[in-house]
Design a protein around this ligand. Structure first.
Ligand code: NAD
Length: 478
């Protein structure tokens, strides 16, 4: 994580930063109320900050739909603390499951990791969790091999509803290969400390309730409004009909206000609540505020020049007039900032086992792709989104190291292997000139050290019989 103070240190403008939770925004009085939410508190714990202009970007909180037991027993996936809690709980489940004299049913329950919500958050987490099991847990605690089990629960008929049909099918078949169970048409109605109760829709239209025992429960069923946003909306009459967040106009100004802007998941601008939208909105507001600052400066200069012109002698008046004309031209140019326009670069999601799915915009069409090359694309996209060069370089080194440890190692062992690029889970890219699917290259042939990455997954060398029929995915244009 990049400390915000490190980012601010490089800014020319004076920025005051308070690490605090905003508990209320008073729209009329133009004041925000802030509270020290950290573990260590001083004498001053609550304060008020007046504002002229305000940007609200507080995101959203986890939707629980009022389902009993969720807040008490489930882990969420929003803040850094949530990730730490999940990690601790997984290890606790494993250690408790291996405690002496634990019954087989209890071992199965403790090692059953249930993820509720088949949107991108739930899918990515289920994939990452299975990776963690395969790559780390299994090495540390091999005796859990047959009992550790990840299940993804989704109320709708399929996962990832925002992706195209073939990517949904690809994700489902990929999860099957990785032994991640997907339970669709399964709506969780109640949560206890040891099991969830879900309503299952049978193909004949009938329903029944099932108790599903779990050790770890991760809740990823989407976003809900934060109380501070709800409260602000209640103070602005123009927001009376808003339900999903602060409704904004095309300049991201909160409807019914003149001095409040909203960005990200707490704003409703008719775009999906994604990081991609939030990042573009942030960049737009930065441009808008810079423009407003420049406009103010030009207008002040014009006022000065007009005053000077009034008292200047005829020769100087001509020079000042030329300057005024130039400033007016600049002012017109600066004022020409258009409304916010979102440019959709596509949807990307990691599905585990070093595979990702992508629905990417391509000219006027769309490319749907899935697999290991898509995973590398996904990684590079996230790498390019790192804030600072320091973070990018750390992340780049980690990725490079990761790639190198996999390159030149045998797909089914840790043995170094010249000439092939290992991509995890038995997937290997062989040098282009080697025989492909079905004919396994001779690993002892030293002439194969000239590795070339093949940018087409349908050309990927397949390493064993079982792999022959799968791992190949076509890229289609819709
Ligand atoms: P989501 O709203 O996309 O998905 C939540 C899922 O939970 C839904 O499919 C819903 O049917 C299911 N659900 C709700 N209640 C349930 C219940 N009681 N029992 C079983 N299933 C239930 O939420 P998300 O995945 O957290 O995503 C939130 C937003 O963030 C989305 O706009 C998403 O596109 C974005 N996001 C994108 C990425 C990415 O692009 N890689 C990653 C994470 C999030």
């Amino acid at each position: 994580m990049e400390p915000i103070r490190n980012i601010l240190r490089h800014k020319k403008a004076t920025v005051k930063f308070y690490e605090a939770a905003c508990t209320k925004i008073d729209y009329e009085k133009k004041i925000i109320y802030a509270q020290d939410d950290s573990d260590i508190k001083g004498d001053s714990m609550e304060t008020q900050i007046p504002f002229d202009m305000l940007v609200v970007g507080v995101g959203a909180e986890n939707a629980t739909f009022g389902i009993p037991g969720v807040r008490e027993h489930a882990c969420f996936l929003k803040e850094v603390g949530d990730a730490q809690r999940i990690r601790k709980q997984i290890m606790d489940c494993v250690e408790t499951a291996t405690f002496k004299d634990q019954s087989p049913e209890e071992i199965k329950r403790l090692l059953h990791m249930v993820v509720v919500g088949g949107g991108p958050t739930g899918v990515e987490f289920a994939g990452e969790l299975q990776d963690f099991f395969q790559e780390d847990l299994l090495k540390w605690v091999p005796q859990i091999k047959d009992d550790f089990h990840v299940t993804l629960v989704e109320a709708l008929p399929n996962v990832l509803p925002m992706f195209s049909k073939q990517l949904i099918e690809y994700t489902e078949s990929s999860f099957k290969e990785e032994h991640i169970e997907i339970r669709t048409k399964t709506m969780v109605k109640n949560v206890t400390d040891k099991y969830i109760e879900a309503e299952i829709n049978k193909p004949d239209g009938t329903k029944y309730l099932e108790k599903i025992p779990y050790g770890l429960l991760v809740w990823a069923t989407g976003n809900a409004l934060r109380p501070v946003v709800k409260d602000l909306m209640s103070q602005i009459p123009a927001q009376a009909k808003a339900r999903r967040g602060l409704e904004v106009n095309e300049y991201l100004v909160v409807n019914g206000t003149e001095n409040i802007w909203a960005v990200g998941d707490c704003a409703v601008a008719n775009y999906a609540p994604t990081a991609q939208v939030a990042a573009q909105e942030g960049a737009f507001l930065a441009r808008l505020f810079n423009t407003m600052a420049k406009t103010d400066a030009f207008e002040a200069e014009l006022k000065d020049l007009s005053a000077k012109q009034a008292t200047a002698n005829p020769d100087d008046r001509k020079v000042i007039l030329a300057e005024i004309t130039e400033r007016q031209k600049q002012l017109r140019r600066v004022k020409q900032i258009g409304p916010f326009q979102y440019s959709h670069q596509g949807s990307l999601a990691y599905i585990g086992a070093e595979k990702a799915v992508a629905d990417v915009s391509w000219f006027s069409g769309n490319i749907a792709s899935g697999g290991t090359m898509t995973y590398l694309f996904w990684k590079s996209a996230y790498l390019s989104m790192c804030f600072s060069s320091k973070l990018s370089s750390i992340s780049f080194k980690m990725n490079l190291q990761h790639l190198l440890t996999r390159t030149f190692s045998h797909p089914n062992s840790q043995e170094p292997r010249p000439g092939c690029l290992r991509l995890g889970q038995g997937q290997v890219l062989w040098p282009r000139r080697l025989p492909r699917v079905g004919s396994r290259p001779n690993p002892t042939d030293s002439s194969k050290s000239n590795t070339e990455m093949v940018h087409d997954e349908s050309r990927m060398g397949v390493v064993n019989e079982e792999e022959k029929s799968k791992k190949v995915y076509t890229v289609s244009v819709t």
